[in-house]
Structure formats: C-alpha cells, structure tokens
Design a protein around this ligand. Structure first.
Ligand SMILES: [Zn+2]
Length: 377
C-alpha cells in the first residue's frame, strides 16, 4: 500500500507535469523594441476620436462633417478601431493593452512633471529623476535600458535609438552610451548604409523643419526601418513626435492623422518583423507614450497642452505584444501600472534583470510577461 505521503508526492508530480504541459515556459524575446508616441492621449487610444473636439473653438475644425465621416462611429470600440486599426486588430488579438481608465486599468507617470524629457527618462531609466524637471538639454544622469541591454551577452553592440526630437541625444547620452542615436535632425550616418538610406538622408537634409528640433515622423520611421534591415539591431527605441506637435497647435484634425499614421507605421514595422527570420516570433514590441494631456478647454484643463498644472497629463497607456505575452487583449481591472516599470519590463521580456544596473527602477509588469519569467535561451 502506498503511504499517504507517497500518494501526495505522485499527485504533486502529476500536477506539475500537467501545469508545464498547459503552459510551457516561453523563451525570452531575442529582440526588443520600445515605441513611444509623444503625448498621444489614452482617451483617443481607447475611445477613438472625440466628436466634442471637432469644433472651431476646441480643435480648430471649420467643417466637422468630413471628420465625422472619417472618424466618428457609434461606439468607442468602432471609433478606436477606425483611428488605430493595428492596435485594435493585431495587438488586441495577440497581445495586451493597459490604460483604459473607464475599465479599471490605469497607467501613470510618477515624475509629476507631465512633460517629455522626464517621461522618456522615467520610461527608459526606470526612475523619476528629480534633476530632470523639464525639456532642458542636460545629459541624462542615469543609463537607459538600451544602454543596459547593449552591455549584455547577445545584445552587445546591437542597440540603436531613433527619434524625431533633438533632445533624444541627451536622453540617451549619445556621446557615451556606446550605440547609435538618431535624433531626427540632419543625416543619420551611423552603421552600414544602403541606397535607400542614402536617399532618406538626402531628403532629411532638404525637408524644412516645421518645428524647432523636431522632424516629421516619416523621416525618422523610414530611416529606422531601413537601418534595421541593413544593420540588424536587437534592442531598438523608436520615438514619434508629430502627435504632440499638432496637439500643441490645438489642431485636432492633424493630431488624429498623426495618431493614425503612427498606427500604420506600427503595422508596417510588425509586418516587417514577422517576415524576417531574425525577428519573426522572437521580438517583443512595447508601445506607449511619454505623457498624457489635458481635456477640452476649461480653466487649467486644455487638451492640447500638458504639464504638472494640466490635470490628465499623468495618465498614459501601454501595449505589449511578443513571445510569451499572453493574448489577453484589452485589460480591465488590473493592478495600477507606472511608467517607471517600463524599463524593467523591456529587459525582463529579454530574460534580463534591469535591477542589477538600476536597483531603484520599478519592477517588471509580470502580467504581460511569460509565466514563469522568461529565461535567456
Ligand atoms: Zn509637448
């Protein structure tokens, strides 16, 4: 007769086998990409275009009818899919989206500033750094998660950052970080070139700048994708900036078009990744923003601007898709998430522990990572 203890051991072993058969440990991602869309509000991400903004006073809209036809639908689900069809088809089906505050999912900045540099620094370094109060060009005192990855086995010499904004040179510590940083301004000549990159570089030096220190996203994104094809990086940052610029002009039409274009770029990026032997099925993509914005035109609450005096600027969102991220779609009633967790989460998706470099960083968001945590293959 088997003893009770033996039966218990056998039962536990069977249970463990069943559990591992149900949920095999997913391998860590071999490539990780963080995309940030500057100042894109969670409201548009989760509920699409807001018809109250389609007026002259609020969104500089003279004739709302064509915009209503283009973006307005009967439900938030239909509106958001019209605005960001990649997020609301591929990512919602294969990955996870956090930040719909109407459904109990919150993602917030902790730096208290609600402006860009503090937001990028918090997302990339895992800490709200008090020295970074605004967008002044000071060199980031903390290493970014790309700098961390660029020092790890398998990722060494394989990081690259692309953004439409001059300040990225300071955020990424371009002079000392050890990997190429494209700040969107002028030609980008790091790494191996190609005929396509040569054309892009010529165009980048000829197209005038509409904003100070900020390039059109078309120039940055096309450069990043061509450069990836030629130089095969494994840790990539891509920052798009037009959403923020048009919003500051209170131009809701162009803000929506910029969000829609950013989504189209995400689709193009994802389709390239899934068609390429190095990246297909082995790449985690995280998509987020640096800060939120205000709401409508009320005293101290203006949708086009953002900052510590503009309530709502602290509210952001996050989408994750890749190997080991369970396909749970739009998340509801989740644990609160902070921007300071993004750096650790990106590293953990690659099976790496960012706290070995930055002990003060927020911990990884386990909910969107493989269970148990991914190990490096
Ligand atoms: Zn801004």
């Amino acid at each position: 007769m088997p003893t009770l203890r033996t039966l218990l051991v056998v039962a536990l072993a069977l249970a463990a086998t069943a559990a591992s058969a149900q949920a095999p440990a997913a391998p860590a991602a071999e490539n990780v990409i963080l995309v940030m869309i500057d100042g894109l509000r969670w409201q548009e991400v989760f509920t699409g275009a807001d018809e109250r903004y389609l007026s002259k006073a609020i969104g500089k809209v003279e004739k709302p009818e064509p915009l209503l036809e283009r973006w307005h639908r009967g439900t938030p689900e239909e509106r958001r899919e019209a605005l960001m069809p990649f997020l609301w088809s591929v990512v919602v089906r294969e990955g996870q989206l956090y930040g719909n505050r109407y459904k109990g999912s919150t993602v917030d900045i902790t730096n208290g500033r609600g402006v860009s540099y503090p937001g990028y620094a918090e997302a990339l370094c895992g800490v709200a750094e008090p020295v970074i109060k605004d967008n002044r060009h000071i060199v980031n005192p903390n290493p970014t998660v790309l700098e961390f990855l660029n020092q790890q086995e398998g990722f060494r010499g394989k990081a690259a950052a692309f953004g439409s904004w001059q300040t990225f040179r300071f955020i990424f510590r371009a002079e000392t970080c050890g990997f190429p940083v494209d700040d969107g301004n002028g030609a980008f000549t790091a790494g191996a070139g190609s005929p396509e990159l040569a054309v892009l570089n010529r165009v980048r030096t000829e197209v005038p700048y509409r904003w100070s220190g900020v390039a059109f996203d078309a120039l940055t994104v096309n450069t990043a994708m061509e450069w990836m094809k030629v130089n095969r990086p494994r840790a990539v940052f891509l920052g798009m900036g037009e959403t923020d610029e048009w919003a500051h002009e209170y131009d809701y039409t162009r803000y929506l078009e910029a969000a829609h274009l950013a989504d189209a770029y995400l689709r193009r990026l994802w389709e390239f990744l899934q068609s390429d032997a190095q990246y297909a099925g082995r790449t985690t993509l995280m998509i987020t923003c640096d800060h939120g914005r205000g709401d409508l035109f009320q005293k101290d609450r203006a949708w086009g601007d953002h900052g510590s005096g503009n309530p709502g600027s602290e509210h952001i969102w996050l989408a994750v898709v890749g190997p080991g991220t369970r396909p749970l779609g739009e998340r509801t009633n989740t644990q609160p998430i902070t921007q300071s967790q993004f750096a650790s989460t990106l590293a953990a998706a690659a099976g790496l522990d960012f706290s070995t470099l930055q002990p003060r960083a927020g911990g990884p968001i386990r909910d969107c990572l493989p269970t148990p945590p991914a190990a490096r293959p």
